[in-house]
Ligand binder design. Structure first.
Ligand SMILES: CC(C)(COP(=O)(O)OP(=O)(O)OC[C@H]1O[C@@H](n2cnc3c(N)ncnc32)[C@H](O)[C@@H]1OP(=O)(O)O)[C@@H](O)C(=O)NCCC(=O)NCCS
Length: 214
């Protein structure tokens, strides 16, 4: 209860509460489609002992301990090896041997989104960010914001022009993490609670096509 009240007081908390009410009344889920143009950022400032790691190849993955790979796999939807095998990448913040936060990147022009179940068509130089996750003991320390900023900077050196993500309109911490790192809301997506896409206003003009996978 205390956590929920804190959510309400947080940035965007009341707006998120309104979307939550809408969800209860209409049985629809609203997502924000946000993006940022890839650019190198100022040097990453990390708390002592933390490091940022980006993994693009199976070889890079094999340098990590199997324990870290297993923990990361729990939060990245598919096996990290498969993600890298289809051209994606895994981005991690580590504190010693502990995982602090992680996210996955899929490269354009098409990718599968797990929740809600969708296919996304985008430009070849677009990338899709998903599975942003901060391990509970490291939350509210700026980990998500730092990881997002480091990843945007890293992708700018790899022929990625724009990075896209979707965020449930009720997810206050996630909305705040993207807003604080200068992502812009470019479109919305409206789905049934079972995940069927109803409409995606603003998507077509942004060069994005979402298609239900159910
Ligand atoms: C969303 C998530 C990744 C944020 O991770 P985090 O490392 O705690 O985020 P940050 O510390 O960078 O904080 C981001 C901002 O969100 C807001 N925020 C974070 N937690 C909050 C909470 N419990 N209540 C209200 N606002 C909150 C704050 O504005 C915070 O910045 P501040 O602490 O400087 O004010 C994390 O909560 C998480 O893993 N949640 C579960 C998975 C998830 O929802 N992923 C996102 C899918 S799109």
């Amino acid at each position: 209860m205390k956590e929920r009240l804190e959510f309400l007081k947080g940035p965007g908390g009341l707006r998120a509460a309104a979307y939550f009410g809408l969800k209860l009344l209409t049985r629809i889920d609203v997502f924000r489609i946000v993006w940022i143009f890839a650019q190198s950022s100022k040097p990453l400032m990390l708390p002592s002992g933390w490091r940022y790691l980006s993994l693009y190849t199976g070889e890079a993955l094999s340098n990590l301990s199997s324990d870290i790979i297993e923990r990361a796999a729990d939060q990245c939807g598919s096996n990290p090896k498969q993600l890298l095998g289809r051209g994606g990448s895994l981005h991690l913040l580590l504190a010693g041997d502990s995982l602090v936060a992680q996210l996955s990147i899929e490269r354009g022009p098409t990718c599968r989104i797990d929740s809600p179940p969708l296919y996304l068509r985008m430009a070849e130089t677009d990338a899709f960010l998903s599975y942003l996750y901060t391990w509970p003991e490291y939350r509210r320390q700026g980990a998500a914001q730092r990881l997002i900023a480091a990843t945007v900077s890293d992708l700018s050196t790899r022929n990625v022009h724009r990075i896209i993500a979707h965020i449930r309109a009720t997810n206050v911490p996630s909305l705040a993490a993207f807003e604080h790192t200068d992502w812009k809301t470019g479109a919305m997506m409206i789905c049934t609670l079972r995940g069927r896409l109803l409409m995606a206003p603003g998507a077509t003009s942004a060069g994005l096509t979402f298609r239900s996978a159910i």
